[in-house]
Design a protein. Sequence first.
Length: 153
Amino acid sequence: MSHQDPPLQVHQAMTPNPLVIHPEDDAEPLLALFEGQDFNAVPVVDDGGHLLGMVTKLGLLRLFRVGNVTGATGAEAPASLRVRDIMDTRKVWVEAGDGLDVVVQRMTRYHVRSVPVVVRAGGGRRLVGIVTYRDLRSMVARPPASVLESAGT
């Protein structure tokens, strides 16, 4: 009989306690943040740490393209925009105990590269981590625990 590893769960791949932003934060400094850090999205949370949405690098770049900030399209100037004005509020998230297949489904369905990880708390969803495309790639690159155990014997 062959030994099968249990399916990998989100908590095994997630980055815990990610950098977060708040709805009232200025949006413009996010451009420099995305340029200076190697990530594609930042979760937006309320004061209690409950997930409200996400701001993506691609969405922000599209918004602040030269054509959008000149006023020709009626868009607000970057300095006047708040995170609440630009965040994606779609209900895209997973829970820590979900399988990694759920993350892949969310990424594929919603065309995102980062998915927030939450725990349900008091009628809300408290952010506990984030799983990125890069996290999934690194999990796939690791050999299963059963292979490591048999190599040590």
